[in-house]
Design a protein around this ligand. Structure first.
Ligand SMILES: Cc1cc2nc3c(=O)[nH]c(=O)nc-3n(C[C@H](O)[C@H](O)[C@H](O)COP(=O)(O)O)c2cc1C
Length: 225
């Protein structure tokens, strides 16, 4: 697949078939993701790839704690709720997803169901837990570098027919993930990527999120001679 095509067509996938993904294929994808640029070539990231029983344990732990009212526990600095145009975009994509799924605005049960799916990492067969070196916790560049690698991972997966969704929900109860995956103390959990073969019958997988036009995201200076 040509790179423009992969970038253009990729979208977050939130419904998967039960078909497993081989370790060999995951290694191939990670090898490509590892080619990401990083500040001074520091390569601050570490990936923990879960499937089978360990992933089920994470799902169970996440679900039990969320349902039990345990407040979310992340390892990166907690952010305030989005406001203004960011909040507007957050709502826009939620509306698109709920409309596709036929979830009514006031249908609390199905909305809750959707949120719980997120905490189960959309029942994906694989979860890639994305960490970076704790020594760089306050170094924003390390977050940038790890994000660049993660996008490469998702694109490499997409070009092989795999679907993925980068998601904070799956590591919302980070202590569970840390314990089950035995994450070393010198690493910080940043996010995770739920990954698998897309279920073509899952309607939310067709949702194409909107983007601002280029004219609203970039300025050009000195081009008119
Ligand atoms: C850091 C990060 C965290 C995200 N967390 C979630 C999440 O918890 N749940 C979810 O459904 N999608 C999550 N997403 C996916 C975004 O909602 C999605 O990328 C965005 O709406 C654009 O849609 P697209 O990926 O289909 O282009 C996350 C994406 C990123 C980059």
């Amino acid at each position: 697949m040509n790179i423009d095509q992969a970038i253009k067509d990729r979208r977050s996938i939130r419904g998967f078939t039960d078909e497993p993904v081989s370790q060999e294929l995951l290694e191939e994808i990670i090898e490509l993701a590892n080619r990401a640029p990083s500040s001074m070539n520091t390569q601050p990231w570490h990936l923990h790839v879960l499937t089978g029983e360990p992933l089920e344990q994470v799902r169970r732990g996440n679900t039990e704690r969320m349902l039990g009212g345990v407040p979310p526990s992340r390892e990166i600095e907690d952010y305030a709720a989005y406001e203004g145009e960011h909040r507007d975009r957050q709502i826009e994509i939620a509306v698109q997803l709920f409309e596709a799924m036929g979830i009514e605005r006031h249908d609390k049960e199905r909305r809750q169901d959707w949120v719980m799916r997120g905490f189960r990492q959309f029942d994906a067969p694989v979860s890639v837990v994305v960490c970076f070196d704790r020594s760089l916790l306050t170094n924003t560049i390390a977050h940038f570098d790890t994000g660049a690698m993660t996008y490469g991972l998702v694109l490499a997966a997409w070009s092989r027919g795999l679907g993925a969704v980068i998601n904070g929900q799956g590591i919302m109860q980070s202590p569970v993930v840390r314990e089950v995956a035995n994450i070393p103390d010198d690493q910080v959990i940043l996010t995770c990527v739920a990954l698998g073969w897309p279920d073509d019958n899952f309607v939310a997988n067709s949702v194409v999120s909107r983007r601002r036009p280029t004219a609203n995201t970039a300025r050009f200076l000195g081009f008119d001679g």
